[in-house]
Design a protein around this ligand. Structure first.
Ligand code: 16G
Ligand code: MG
Length: 540
């Protein structure tokens, strides 16, 4: 095919492969130092065109970002036609294109076309956007180079948060039914729902005042825009708003801000670099710092929505999806007190998103703050119908109407810090709650995360949503024995998908016990899975 040949030739000349290491399109696309990413972005541009053609010319998306990685890094996330992540079945094609030599690019493209039965003459459209990294503009140009080389139409949206691009792709493929495919359409839809919910509300305990750390990322300009749509309904003070300081400085894993001088009574949140994760935090009355993480947000959403479902007289099955990292107390609270079914899946948003689709209303969150709510098509129809059914009493209809408004506030395509923020604030306002009220639902068990370096992390295999190790032999038995020695003990190990390390998680009744359990399990991993370098140390 002539066009594949030309695109490969263009790649060889203008975007030659500059790395010889083996790369993986993994849990959340690919991320690495920005210096060598040009050819990768070019090739991912090519792939997104093939993917759009495969989807019969529907719009796909390509986001240039490395999320919460340091500013020197960059990366790419590819987006499916309904705004979800690119399907897992296509990740192998991405990985293949990342690793072939320039000479093999043409034949690799051809192989994908053949395997997926793609009609190369189908038109293709790819929307692109980027975060605020210094390398993002150049890398976007490389991606557009790839898109155009295969005859695809590229539509560049400039700076956006990752979830905003997901939203726009979904709008474009649903004939604007999901909303208007613009940044203005996004703010208008979400804030209209927020304002509707909060109109005339006079809470006494809840204060519409929030402090948000934006990690100097792309959400910084976006929150400024959001504020103009919110008017005075929510007073947001921003930190790390991009005016100075490094992107994601001191952010990384748990997103906790070090920039906010936290006084009792302040309600705070922090975002990651590309705006798809959020956690809340505050200081308890006694002065203790408390994190309201993805588990706490998930329980807040699930309890609110399940109350509305009941009040609207609907029989919809609502479930919650977590990973093994969810605190044991949250899982216990959700199943035993809230009586909401919980599913556990392997780490990585795509697994949670997929599983959430099994419920009429599926709430999913990773403890690290990535999550959203999915409403099945049937559920959406039923809710809309109920809200407009004049034969019902007013309270029932009003509850269904509130569900409709909540649906409008939620970005169902992917976890979205802005959308999650608006829903958390709405629920707190409706319930007239402080952070303390929210936090009181359950108390997290103390937990610890450790990293262990091993020769080859692929020798550790897991099952049961990563909660049990099946290899190397003896590892799980050793973990079971250790865990049995601790009250409320729980521990698991899994190979990281983003770093060359093994991760160890442990929780127990006290911090000291959790530390000790993590350390003991870490040692077993080190011994049984061929650890290298320094042995794990017991956390202080
Ligand atoms: C990626 C995932 C995140 C997951 C993390 C685990 C997405 C968008 N992001 O950042 O969900 O928690 O990887 O990293 O899927 P790990 O495998 O290194 O522990
Ligand atoms: Mg992110």
């Amino acid at each position: 095919m002539e066009i594949l040949k030309k695109a490969a030739e263009n790649g060889r000349q203008n975007y030659p492969r500059s790395l010889q290491t083996t790369l993986l399109y993994g849990t959340a696309g690919i991320r690495m130092r920005a210096d060598n990413l040009d050819y990768i972005l070019y090739r991912m541009g090519l792939l997104s065109v093939l993917f759009s053609k495969f989807r019969k010319g529907q719009v796909t998306g390509l986001m240039v970002t490395a999320s919460h990685n340091p500013v020197e890094d960059n990366g790419v996330k590819l987006i499916d036609t309904m705004g979800e992540m690119m399907p897992i079945s296509w990740e192998k094609h991405a990985t293949k294109l990342l690793n072939v030599s320039d000479d093999m690019l043409e034949s690799s493209l051809e192989a994908i076309v053949k395997e997926e039965g793609i009609d190369i003459d189908t038109p293709a459209v790819v929307c692109t956007a980027m975060d605020t990294r210094p390398s993002s503009a150049q890398l976007s140009r490389a991606a557009v180079g790839g898109i155009n080389a295969l005859g695809g139409e590229s539509r560049s949206f400039g700076l956006l948060t990752t979830p905003q691009l997901h939203y726009i792709v979904c709008c474009l493929n649903t004939n604007h039914q999901y909303g208007l495919p613009t940044e203005d359409g996004y703010y208008s839809k979400l804030t209209a729902a927020f304002l509707k919910f909060n109109k005339g509300r006079r809470p006494s305990r809840y204060l519409p005042r929030l402090h948000v750390d934006l990690a100097n990322g792309v959400s910084a300009p976006k929150i400024q825009a959001l504020k103009t749509y919110l008017g005075g309904a929510l007073d947001i003070t921003t930190y790390n708003d991009g005016s100075s300081g490094k992107l994601n400085y001191q952010v990384r894993g748990q997103l906790v801000s070090h920039s906010i001088d936290l006084a009792p009574g302040m309600r705070c949140a922090s975002f990651d670099g590309d705006g798809d994760r959020i956690v809340y935090f505050y200081r308890r009355k006694g002065g203790q710092f408390a994190l309201l993480d993805g588990d706490k947000i998930a329980t807040l959403f699930a309890s609110f929505l399940s109350d509305l479902v009941k009040a609207s007289g609907l029989k919809l099955n609502l479930g919650l999806v977590q990973t093994a990292y969810a605190n044991g107390s949250s899982t216990k609270y959700i199943t035993e007190i809230m009586k909401v079914p919980v599913a556990c899946v392997p780490t990585g948003v795509k697994h949670l998103h997929h599983k959430a689709g099994d419920f009429d209303i599926g709430v999913y969150f990773e403890a690290n703050g990535h999550g959203t709510v999915l409403f099945s098509e049937g559920a959406q129809k039923t809710i809309l119908h109920q809200a407009g059914d004049d034969s019902l009493d007013e309270a029932t209809r009003a509850a269904a109407g509130q569900l409709v408004t909540a649906m409008d506030m939620i970005n169902q395509t992917v976890g979205d810090a802005i959308s999650d923020l608006l829903l958390v604030e709405t629920i707190l306002a409706v319930r007239d709650w402080t952070c303390g009220d929210w936090d009181a639902a359950y108390t997290d068990l103390p937990s610890v995360l450790l990293k262990v370096k091993v020769e080859d992390r692929t020798i550790v295999k897991t099952t049961d949503a990563e909660r049990r190790a099946t290899s190397p032999p003896g590892l799980q038995a050793a973990i079971d024995e250790l865990v049995a020695g601790y009250k409320f003990g729980r521990a698991f190990v899994r190979p990281s998908g983003t770093e060359d390390v093994m991760r160890v998680y442990a929780e127990a009744d006290t911090k000291e016990h959790a530390n000790k359990l993590a350390y003991e399990v870490g040692l077993q991993v080190y011994n049984l899975a061929r650890g290298i370098g320094e042995k794990p140390q017991c956390p202080a």
